[in-house]
Design a protein around this ligand. Sequence first.
Ligand SMILES: Cc1cc2nc3c(=O)[nH]c(=O)nc-3n(C[C@H](O)[C@H](O)[C@H](O)COP(=O)(O)OP(=O)(O)OC[C@H]3O[C@@H](n4cnc5c(N)ncnc54)[C@H](O)[C@@H]3O)c2cc1C
Length: 405
Amino acid sequence: MKQYDVIINGGGMVGAALACALSGQGMRIAVVEATRREVREDAGYDERAIALAWGTRRIFDGLGLWDELADAATAIHSIHVSDRGRPGMVHMDRESEGLPAIGYVVPARAIGVVLDAAVARADDVDVYCPAALTGVVHSGTSVSVQVTRGDDKTGLLSPLLVAADGADSTLREQAGIGCRETDYRQTAIVTNVTPQLPHNHVAYERFTPEGPVALLPMSEQRCAVVWTVAADQADDVMALDDDTFLAQLQERFGQRLGRLQRVGRRQAWPLRLVSATASVADRLALVGNAVHTLHPVAGQGFNLGARDIAVLAEVLVDARRRGEDIGAAAVLSRYGEWRQRDHRNVTLFTDGLARLFTLPLPALGAVRSAGMLALDLLPPAKRLLTRLTMGRSGRTPRLARGLPL
Ligand SMILES: Cc1cc2nc3c(=O)[nH]c(=O)nc-3n(C[C@H](O)[C@H](O)[C@H](O)COP(=O)(O)OP(=O)(O)OC[C@H]3O[C@@H](n4cnc5c(N)ncnc54)[C@H](O)[C@@H]3O)c2cc1C
């Protein structure tokens, strides 16, 4: 049996970020990842991008990794939200928060490369990949698991397991943690375009009766597009030739950035909400998509997961300094309770947006317009929304203040 302080099942962005956060804290960490990473070559024009909130940038600061990401990041100076054909709109900008950016758009590949390199450098982190974690057995003070790599089986022992294994988390299911699931019957079509006019670091979210369209500022004057369509139309949209795709996108987005001139490869993501009823169980903590898989309308999924790992790492490191058993229920409940409010608020906000802006009821259009006008005119409400979007609401863990653990 190999002994670890923490075993993380899932080495996606959230699992890898947790391993980075715990590294250097006098612990031994194992990461078990099912899928070998595809060789990450520069995807060129077609890079998939993720919007990182300001709070997530601070977490990367706290991990000591932001400098490695900064070159790949494009700052978002303001966010412009509008409803096609209606007067309401909301404008949020960095000046109101007195910060250099509301957030950043970063290629997902760059985040993966930086996290994987940091994990590879860490001599207190062992990565088992491609590998499957099976045979979870609890014994009062620890959990033993078996890690299978081909014919090779290794037993691991630890006081704590972390489920970072995504929306269909097997550890969550095995622990009997239920979840609320909603199939949005929508698909996000993701691609990059080059508009005629410079994006000037503005992120656009435009709601249309056919679904929301987001254009996020990227490097080389590209914009990352997330266009949500009804699931039964997704195949047709994916099959459009580039010119027709651009024309349809233009019709939905409008002329704010002039003519949309070039489009990259498209990817389709079916959308659903998965919201776990608890984020801890016996010697188990859930992080990232394993607890909350969200509609991408507000670009909050990874940001929420980054805050999970910032809080979990702080709770574990502090508990260890006090000589506590880091897998004990009392320690894990500190994590669960701390995360409850943020999980609830961001899930409600994202799910509410997804429903309010995609249900085809005419009366809702007027409600949305009035709501957006009111929101734009009410500074306290707008400030609250800006802070939520930036990941700055609620009690902030040390990493999210840019501080080391
Ligand atoms: C179209 C779209 C746009 C998005 N845009 C944004 C955005 O702009 N900003 C933002 O913050 N978020 C965004 N998100 C959300 C974000 O991508 C996710 O929240 C984030 O990737 C979740 O990371 P994760 O590591 O928790 O889960 P995953 O990425 O699902 O990783 C889970 C990992 O666990 C591994 N795994 C699974 N099962 C097992 C197992 N049994 N054993 C071992 N390993 C296992 C998987 O191979 C995988 O590597 C977007 C999502 C979509 C769909």
